[in-house]
Design a protein around this ligand. Structure first.
Ligand code: GTP
Ligand code: MG
Length: 333
């Protein structure tokens, strides 16, 4: 961990907003600076409650998050918000919805808003978002909201990083519910049918409830409630906060199991990423990895054999500065 990261971390722990913003920028970038930042703050995380809010574009997520924030602030908890847009190359708090939100909570040190975007890269956004959430957690925010636009794989991945996931939808289209795709039903702990002032809200809610009755999604001890809101009017917001509260305190070890599953997924992801990096750029000779790729492309080798050989090279050829490194165990096994 660099002295630089440690100094920034001290600012984060002290709730210095500039330090928080800079720390998030650090974790947004790929590479050693992000890892160093997370190393410096990680021991102070684990206290914040992560709320994922996802749904199709324009259903009212930002309006809802804004209202939820107001209700939470009135009750006391501080709120950090990450607005994630996997389709946008821009980030850093310039999104219109965030500006509106910034104004609504301007001058309130208990609210911090930041947008995150893909910046043109394909992978890494969910990693960066999870790390940014750690920064907000370390800064002492009680509730951390991760708002993601859309209902694709990226959003689902990001939602998995939350302690509770709200799926927001609105009445509309021929099927009564706008864009409730496969994969989204499974991740919802709480459904919000927003824009309940629009026609068809009751039918939309009934349809979701019908699907829920036919399937066993999510934790066994929890049937996701389907709540109707009018976010622009602030209607139904208290009920959403109550539902999240009930989910949070529900009995059993569901919450802890989810947290552990999340930690496991992160560690696995990092191991596989590091392993691949090592295979492509560390353990093999320059160009060797591409050589395997070429041979598979030319059907000289099959992909399974290529993978086996690469694996062998990585395991055997790994530089071992410390003889007690687990390499010995790998070879023994
Ligand atoms: N009629 C009605 N309009 C709403 C309601 N909630 C939000 N809106 C409006 O819907 C539009 C989209 O709201 P946002 O909160 O920006 O929606 P979003 O889901 O965050 O949108 P993206 O971030 O672009 O995906 C805005 O014009 C809101 O004023 C509601 O309950 N009823
Ligand atoms: Mg939004």
């Amino acid at each position: 961990m660099t002295a630089d990261a440690r100094e920034l971390a001290a600012g984060v722990f002290g709730g210095d907003r500039r330090a928080v913003a800079r720390a998030i920028s650090r974790v947004e970038a790929e590479g050693p600076a992000a890892a160093s930042m997370v190393r410096a703050i990680h021991a102070r995380t684990g206290r914040g409650y992560l709320v994922g809010v996802t749904g199709a574009p324009g259903v009212g997520k930002s309006t809802l998050v804004d209202r939820l924030t107001a209700v939470l602030r009135a009750r006391g908890p501080t709120v950090g918000i990450l607005a994630v847009d996997p389709s946008s190359p821009f980030s850093g708090g310039a999104v219109l919805g965030d500006r509106v939100r910034m104004q609504a909570h301007a001058g309130d040190d208990g609210v911090f808003v930041r947008s995150m975007a893909s910046r043109g890269r394909l992978g890494g956004l969910s990693r960066a978002t999870a790390d940014a959430a750690l920064v907000l957690d370390a800064a002492g925010f009680d509730v951390i909201v991760i708002e993601t636009v859309g209902v694709g794989q990226a959003e689902i991945e990001i939602s998995r990083a939350a302690d509770v996931t709200l799926v927001v939808t609105m009445p509309g289209g021929g099927d009564g519910v706008q864009a409730l795709k496969a994969g989204v039903m499974e991740i919802a702990d709480v459904f919000v049918v927003n824009k309940a002032d629009h026609a068809g809200a009751d039918r939309a809610a009934a349809e979701i409830e019908a699907v829920l009755r036919l399937n066993e999604y999510g934790p066994a001890d929890w049937r996701p409630p389907v709540l109707r809101t009018r976010a622009t009017e602030g209607q139904g917001i208290e009920e959403v906060v109550e539902a999240v509260g009930r989910f949070r305190v529900r009995g059993g070890d569901g919450a802890e199991a989810r947290r552990r599953a999340r930690v496991r997924a992160r560690v696995r992801e990092l191991v596989s990423r590091r392993f691949l990096e090592h295979a492509e750029h560390g353990a093999l000779e320059p160009g060797e990895f591409d050589g395997f790729v070429d041979r598979v492309a030319d059907t000289v080798l099959d992909p399974y054999t290529a993978a086996e050989r690469i694996l062998e090279l990585v395991v055997r050829g790994a530089p071992s500065a410390d003889p007690r490194r687990p390499r010995a165990r790998l070879e023994a096994g």
